[in-house]
Design a protein around this ligand. Structure first.
Ligand SMILES: [Mg+2]
Length: 325
C-alpha cells in the first residue's frame, strides 16, 4: 500500500523515458522516486490539495499524452468527466447560467471530457455550433451522441444492411462503419429521431421486423420539451404492431456509457457523470459503476428523488455550483 501522499503517475517506463520524466519532475522541484519501474511523486502536505494537485496533474497529464504511447492514466489525480448537454449546459438553445464557465474551467484544467447526448439527430459539428452560439467554446471532438454509440454497437454485430428512420447524423455514422441503407432485406431496423416520421415508415419498419430484422433504437426518451416526440415515441407504434421491443442503445443503457468511456480511454472507477435526469443520466451512471452528479437545472427535481431506489453521489443546483471536479 502506498503512503497517501505518494501518487503513482505512470506505468512502466523504459530507461530513456524514465530519464525524461525524471528531469521534468526535477525542473518542477518535485521529489520523486522510481519504484518497481513506475514513477511516484511525493506531494508536500502543505500544498492545497484542491488546487496544487490538479495543477500538477494537468501538467503531467499533458506531458505524458504528448510524449508516450502507453501510459497508465493519472487515475488518482484527474477525473474523467461525462457530461449531459440538455438541462445541464443548455435549455433548448439557451445557456444555463454559469455552464460556460464550468466547461471552460474543465477544459483549462485538462480533465478528459465527453459531452454525452441521447439526442441522435445532430453531428458533433452541429453540437459544437449549437453550444458555441450559446457561449460554450469547445471542439467537436468532445461530443458523443447516441447515433455514434449505435454505430459502435452495430460495428460488433453481424449484418451490414439497415432500414433507417432517422436523420443525416445517424445515417452518416452508419455509412462510416460500412452500412448500406436499404429497404431490401435489411438485417436491422434502426430508429432514431426525425420530424419526417410517417405511415409508410411505420409500415415498412413493422414489416421488416415481423420478417426477422433486428429492432434497434438510438434512445429510449419518449418526449422532449413541449411534447416534441422523441425516439421512444416513434418506436411505440412499431412495438404495438410487431409485439417486439427495440434494443435501446442510449442512456440509461450501460453500453452508451462504456462506448463513451472507451472513446476517451477512460475507466469507470475514475469517472463522474453529470446529468439532470434520474431516469437516464443517473441510472446510467449507477448501472455502469460511475460516480454520479445530479444537477437540478433540468428535468429531475430534488423533491422527487424519494421515488427512486438509488441516489446520486452529489446534488448541485446547477453546473456552475459543482465543486467536486
Ligand atoms: Mg439532460
Amino acid at each position: 500500500m502506498l503512503p497517501v501522499d505518494t501518487l503513482l503517475i505512470a506505468g512502466k517506463l523504459s530507461p530513456l523515458k524514465y530519464r525524461m520524466i525524471k528531469s521534468l519532475l526535477q525542473n518542477c522541484g518535485i521529489y520523486q522516486k522510481n519504484y518497481r519501474g513506475c514513477i511516484h511523486i511525493q506531494i508536500d502536505s502543505r500544498f492545497d490539495l484542491n488546487f496544487d494537485l490538479s495543477w500538477y496533474a494537468s501538467i503531467f497529464y499533458r506531458y505524458y499524452l504528448h510524449h508516450f504511447d502507453s501510459v497508465q492514466r493519472l487515475d488518482f489525480l484527474m477525473k474523467n468527466i461525462i457530461c449531459d448537454i440538455d438541462g445541464v449546459l443548455l435549455h433548448n438553445n439557451n445557456l444555463v447560467p454559469g455552464a460556460d464557465e464550468f466547461i471552460h474551467r474543465i477544459l483549462k484544467k485538462g480533465n478528459p471530457l465527453k459531452l454525452l447526448t441521447n439526442y441522435p439527430s445532430q453531428t458533433p459539428a452541429d453540437l459544437q455550433n449549437r453550444l458555441g452560439a450559446a457561449g460554450i467554446k469547445i471542439d467537436a471532438e468532445y461530443f458523443y451522441t447516441s447515433a455514434m454509440a449505435t454505430a459502435a454497437f452495430l460495428e460488433k454485430q453481424d449484418g451490414r444492411k439497415a432500414y433507417v428512420i432517422g436523420e443525416g447524423a445517424l445515417t452518416h455514422e452508419l455509412y462510416r462503419i460500412g452500412f448500406t441503407i436499404t429497404d431490401i432485406n435489411p438485417d436491422f431496423v434502426i430508429v432514431g429521431e426525425t420530424r419526417a416520421f410517417n405511415w409508410d415508415m411505420m409500415q415498412k419498419a413493422s414489416y421488416f421486423i415481423l420478417g426477422g430484422s433486428r429492432f434497434i433504437a438510438t434512445n429510449p426518451d419518449v418526449a422532449g420539451p413541449k411534447g416534441y416526440p422523441a425516439c421512444g415515441a416513434l418506436c411505440a407504434p412499431i412495438e404495438r404492431i410487431t409485439g417486439k421491443k427495440p434494443y435501446y442503445i442510449g442512456k440509461p443503457n450501460a453500453w452508451m456509457m462504456r462506448a463513451a468511456l472507451n472513446s476517451i480511454n477512460a475507466h469507470s472507477e475514475n469517472t463522474v457523470i453529470i446529468g439532470d435526469n434520474m431516469n437516464t443520466d443517473i441510472l446510467a451512471g449507477v448501472q455502469a459503476g460511475i460516480e454520479t452528479i445530479l444537477v437540478l437545472s433540468g428535468v429531475s427535481a430534488e423533491e422527487n428523488l424519494d421515488k427512486y431506489p438509488f441516489r446520486p453521489n452529489h446534488i448541485f443546483s446547477n453546473a456552475a455550483a459543482i465543486d467536486v471536479v
